[in-house]
Ligand binder design. Sequence first.
Ligand SMILES: [Zn+2]
Length: 344
Amino acid sequence: MKLRPGLRVLDRDPGTLQIGVDQRWATVLSGLTPAEATLLRTLAGPAPATGEDLLRRCAGRGVASARMAELLAGLDRDGLLIEGPSGALPVGSGAGDDARAAACTAPDGDGAQVVAARRRATVAVVGLGRLGMVLADTLASAGVGGFLFDDARRVRACDVGVGGLRERHVGLLRSQAAAQVLGGTYPALRLGAGAHEVPDVVVVVFDEVADSLRTVRLMVEGVAHLVVTVREGDVVVGPFVLPGRTPCLNCLDAGRTDLDPAWPRVRDQLKEAAALVPPAQESSTAAVAGALGAAQVLAQLDGRLPATAGACIEVSAPDAVPRLREWPMHPECGCIDVSGAGHG
Ligand SMILES: [Zn+2]
């Protein structure tokens, strides 16, 4: 057993140690003798001791091993101790900091395993302006190993900036430019795929209106997908759709029509207008929304429920402070029947 990598052991006062600082798991141990505190401090640091090391060292320090076992059992109950080789980085890969961070939050603390699973995953990104590029780059940085890029539009001068598109990419197909940028930064990526490969997650970046017609096939085939919509003054990240299990785009559209009967007419005009003049992808909101979108995808790949399953995160310009808004499944949508997957 060892302390989750990254946790600090801090002195509060003589006889009291604080382990970790995040309020989700920080723990205080009090009533410690100086010798017990000295031993416990060695759980953290550049060459951390294991629980077994501490128990072995008790005798030489005048600490009762039963007392140390009790303290360690308390830390274990609080989820601060993990088994095995966690913290070891996947061989020959980047994403080391992502593995270390995952060691703090993964149930078994095996951050290396989290990154290894991401390496095996493939994510499709449809829509590769600034936001889509930030999203893809963030996923690759976090260890995702395979990408399918889909955007037949050409890179414009205004796409240059956050996300990594540069002047030299202007005029190229966006999907080609994305492959150049990501492939150059992460040479081990799998880019493109066989015709039969089904991505683990598809991200679709829409302009102005999320068009449920474009996700029908994903619904029918049961492919998890994240919808991101760039609008006049904000970006909406979500919903993350697990077909048949969480509200789909059509649920949101029907819910919106309940609130505003004129919505379908407005929506269709927005769709046409966006095809002629896409909304601006402002730098701050594109960067924040792209990273938030990547976090939703990583949650799914890591086996957690994305925060945007049944919700959207709205990121408004210019403050770019995210707000979470929940959306229920619409009773008349019938999306459970579409996929046939049912609940669970
Ligand atoms: Zn639905």
